[in-house]
Design a protein around this ligand. Structure first.
Ligand SMILES: [Zn+2]
Length: 281
């Protein structure tokens, strides 16, 4: 897959199909929110040279369950491809480490203190359970897990870029981070599959809630079912002809679908604008 900004006519073709999707499932409890957003960040962009890099790091998993996910991610070069894509796409002022690791919870994070994206093996293991229970197996299952992990990483990229580039956003950062993932993964048609997988992941996660009391209305993330619909809406909005089939009463209903093209165009225009000073030439 290729990450590109829309203003750039040349195509980067470093990576092949093997990539991506978005997600958070349990959410990413990024620790960037409200911390470290102060005056010093105002100076980051103007004064720092933009020679930072995204750096891939795999920690060794200790449990058998987590080792399965480590092996999958390593064999598919998840972090290598992701960081190469980010490095070919945007200039950043500091290094951002991207670490696959055991966290003792199924989650992903961005830590603004250390400029580190953390992707937990436990998240892969939890998604493996969900997709397996839904009847998937073999290569299809592995691809879904891979695509979901990619989606999560691009969501975390949203938090990371908002932090290190001190981007001004309005609206909940969790929603904005999802939108960056959608922005990136709709640039090329072949990557849209990743977003559809991410939507599936949230759909499956949403089914775990049995009653309204199970829903985390307090959470900074939109509800899983809403995130599932949002991703469908963005994919549909990016190409209403080819993705007409996504409209159904189950998730993306007719009424919401009428807004999707507009929503999608807003996302593209906003991220084009926010990242314009930082795109690789
Ligand atoms: Zn997040």
């Amino acid at each position: 897959m290729n990450i590109m900004h829309r203003n750039d006519l040349k195509k980067i073709t470093i990576l092949s199909l093997s990539m991506f999707a978005i997600l958070g499932l349990a959410g990413c409890n990024d620790s960037s929110d409200s911390k470290s957003k102060n005056v010093k960040s105002e100076q980051k962009v103007e004064t720092a040279p933009l020679n930072g890099k995204f750096i891939p790091i795999y920690e060794v998993a200790r449990t058998n369950e987590n080792r399965v996910e480590e092996n999958l991610w390593r064999s598919r070069k998840l972090l290598e491809d992701y960081t190469a894509e980010m490095n070919s796409f945007v200039n950043i002022p500091v290094d951002i480490k991207v670490v696959a690791k055991e966290c003792k919870e199924a989650n992903a994070f961005y830590d603004s203190e250390t400029q580190t994206i953390e992707l937990c093996y436990e998240l892969g293991a939890e998604e493996r359970k969900m997709f397996t229970e839904a009847g998937d197996s073999g290569d299809i299952l592995d691809t879904e897990l891979y695509q979901s992990a990619v989606g999560t990483l691009f969501h975390e990229a949203g938090h990371a870029l908002i932090d290190v580039l001190d981007l001004k956003i309005t609206g909940r950062e969790e929603d904005v981070a999802d939108q960056l993932a959608a922005y990136i993964l709709t640039y090329n048609d072949e990557d849209k599959d990743y977003l559809l997988t991410v939507s599936d992941t949230y759909s499956l996660a949403a089914k775990r809630a049995k009653t309204l009391d199970d829903l985390p209305f307090y959470d900074s993330h939109s509800l899983d079912a809403q995130r599932a619909v949002n991703f469908l809406c963005y994919v549909y909005g990016s190409d209403t002809k080819n993705f007409q089939y996504l409209i159904s009463d189950d998730l993306l209903n007719k009424e919401r679908s009428e807004e999707c093209e507009h929503e999608y165009n807003q996302i593209v225009e906003a991220w084009d604008f926010l990242l314009a000073p930082y795109f690789k030439k």
